[in-house]
Write a protein that binds this ligand. Structure first.
Ligand SMILES: [Zn+2]
Length: 304
């Protein structure tokens, strides 16, 4: 059936679906990507089922940009893809179409699992993971395991409030870190200041060209990130922070504020290792593959 126990990891993103065929013994056997259909869940389901159903993998892990139900079989909240995703039995649908066992995983938790197992946090036990993209996601590993619990929100530091009464967030609250320092928020802030950046990448590029406005927006966002990271590090006891995601280059402009905040708390938190992720944009798909290799088909709360 499968190549050396190969598993397929699929990362369903807002714009692209990335996949990797991976085996514990041979590593990456293949990878690729396609555009995410925007017409709704049936088209996304069909595209993912086609990837899984080609017969190369004995199991599949699928990362989604949202929160899963407690049994990890369905989507509970998935705001960044068009269509009615809530309650959709994604795993069962894929299994019935392909005959392959499917594990669902949140995309930030998949990123964390990959970086913890094969990337920047290899060999570490207690690590906070931050994903910088359109929004800000995260995950927490303690004792060498990426944690999860009911509600699938462990590690979601993007919704910690850093500016009480601040900008409205997609979650319904105000002043969340994501609403201040997420990729969309960076673009909004630059445009409000008269800048012309249309994407977070352009904000970072302009800041690198000594764009004063863009640099100041990133530094302001950095102070918000520093506040949240300082709190989370103090609270969780992690000794390392790994930053990744498509907008991670923005972290270069935020790092001084984060380092200053952690230095101010050194008596409590000790020396905290700040690292950039190592596995690139394929980390989510790789983490989904790793999740699919977990023995228990539907793990209970505690870890992914
Ligand atoms: Zn929020």
């Amino acid at each position: 059936m499968d190549e050396e126990g190969a598993v397929l990891g699929v990362d369903v993103g807002g714009t692209q679906i990335k996949w990797v065929l991976w085996s514990p013994g041979a590593g990456v056997l293949g990878h690729g990507e396609l555009r995410t259909p925007r017409s709704g869940p049936p088209a996304v389901l069909a595209a993912v089922a086609e990837l899984i159903g080609d017969g190369k993998a004995g199991a599949a892990g699928v990362a989604v940009p949202g929160h899963l139900t407690d049994d990890l079989r369905a989507v509970r909240l998935l705001p960044n893809l068009p269509g009615p995703w809530e309650g959709l039995p994604f795993a069962a649908e894929l299994e019935s179409r392909t005959g392959v066992r499917v594990r669902l995983v949140n995309d930030a938790r998949a990123f964390a699992l990959a970086e913890l197992t094969l990337g920047a946090a290899r060999g570490r036990q207690d690590v906070l993971f931050v994903t910088m993209g359109t929004g800000i996601g995260g995950a927490l590993a303690l004792g060498g395991r990426v944690l999860r619990a009911g509600g699938d929100r462990v590690g979601e530091l993007g919704h910690m409030i850093c500016r009480p009464g601040g900008p409205a967030c997609g979650c319904g609250s105000r002043g969340c870190l994501e609403a201040v320092a997420g990729g969309s928020a960076l673009v909004t802030a630059v445009r409000a200041g008269g800048g012309r950046a249309r994407t977070p990448e352009e904000v970072v590029r302009e800041a690198g060209r000594s764009g004063g406005l863009e640099r100041s927006v990133l530094e302001t966002a950095g102070s918000a990130l520093a506040l949240v990271l300082g709190n989370v590090v103090a609270y969780s006891g992690v000794s390392a922070v790994v930053v990744g995601g498509g907008v991670a280059p923005a972290f270069a402009f935020m790092r001084p504020a984060v380092e200053a905040e952690l230095a101010a708390r050194v008596r409590l938190v000790g020396r905290v290792d700040l690292r950039l992720a190592e596995l690139g944009s394929g980390a989510g798909a790789l983490g989904a593959a790793l999740a699919a290799t977990t023995r228990a088909p539907h793990p209970t709360n505690g870890e992914i």
